[in-house]
Design a protein around this ligand. Structure first.
Ligand code: H2B
Length: 96
């Protein structure tokens, strides 16, 4: 398998303009979403399965009561790639 290509800082900054809910922290981007309660938070996490499996690109997920923190990074590349940006946009579309 070819190693995915890391985005440059300039490419990343440009693409994050379209993803204002996401914050970059080093080699990851993160979005926090708050729900009415734990069932809604867990239900949302199950909705991430389809895009993640379709892309074979999987978010790191932290659920705490009604809050879901989603962290994206391309582990195979050791940083952020186009797959992270694409998945972030797909997650935004699910949040609505
Ligand atoms: N998800 C994420 N976030 N980063 C990866 O590098 C990654 C992945 N690699 N999901 C995929 C699976 C790879 O291990 C398989 C073989 O496609």
């Amino acid at each position: 398998m070819t190693r995915p290509t890391l985005l440059t800082d300039a490419e990343l900054e440009a693409r994050l303009i379209a993803l204002p809910a996401w914050r970059r922290t080093g080699n990851t981007i993160t979005r926090t979403i708050t729900f009415a309660g734990f069932p809604e938070a867990v239900a949302f996490v199950t909705r991430l399965v389809e895009p993640a499996e379709a892309m074979q690109h999987h978010p790191d997920i932290d659920v705490r009561y009604n809050r879901v923190v989603i962290t994206l990074s391309t582990h195979d590349a050791g940083g952020l790639t186009a797959s992270d940006v694409t998945l972030a946009a797909r997650i935004d579309a699910l949040v609505g």
